[in-house]
Design a protein around this ligand. Structure first.
Ligand code: AMP
Length: 188
């Protein structure tokens, strides 16, 4: 089962995706995690992505589609993948759709985590005190929210025109939200 998690930074996609991965026993794949690892290890991908990530911008679509293709071709992905924050522009949505079709696969569920801006800012500020993410500093966060509004919010509309999008009210306790996510995925 392939599941795409959409939503603004700090909406809880990572947390809920990890719980869903455990529940469904399918891997979770986050381009953000993969890119952060690449930056840490100074791989060619990391060197290409570092500046734009630290500034809170979006990494080039062709690079992202390349890493998605690699993920889909891993033997561990054969039963599906939970894609966390992986599709952030319309060209990525189109490219993802082609990559899946070429492999005889499809996106089974698209889940949107809905959170208001004020809550996002509070959550990211809290995360900054716990993790040391260069892109959680206030200037980069502001740019990430602009990138989200301008480039990623239209992705929600793109999917809504093509499939049923599960909308989750992502304010509340982690367990309560997960209960809603699980019920939505297993009932449809
Ligand atoms: P995240 O951990 O998902 O918030 O991602 C951290 C950063 O990685 C983002 O702010 C972007 O710079 C970059 N990134 C992650 N996924 C993508 C994507 N699908 N497209 C473009 N940039 C991405």
């Amino acid at each position: 089962m392939n599941i795409l998690l959409l939503g603004p930074p700090g909406a809880g996609k990572g947390t809920q995706g990890a719980l869903l991965s455990e529940e469904l026993q399918i891997p979770k794949f986050a381009t953000g995690d993969l890119l952060r690892d690449a930056v840490r290890q100074k791989t060619p991908l990391g060197l290409k992505a570092q500046a734009v990530m630290e500034a809170g911008g979006l990494v080039n679509d062709d690079i992202i589609l390349g890493v998605i293709a690699d993920e889909l071709d891993r033997p561990a992905s054969k039963d599906g993948v939970i894609f966390d924050g992986v599709v952030r522009t319309i060209p990525q949505a189109e490219g993802m759709s082609e990559l899946l079709t070429e492999r005889g696969m499809k996106m089974d569920h698209v889940i949107f985590f809905d959170v208001v801006d004020k809550e996002i800012l509070d959550r990211i500020e809290k995360r900054r005190t716990l993790e040391d993410r260069a892109d959680d500093d206030p200037k980069a966060v502001a740019r990430r929210l602009v990138a989200y509004r301008e480039q990623t919010a239209p992705v929600l509309a793109w999917y809504r025109e093509r499939c049923n999008v599960i909308v989750i009210d992502a304010i509340g306790g982690i367990d309560d939200i997960f209960g809603t996510v699980k019920a939505a995925v297993t009932s449809q």
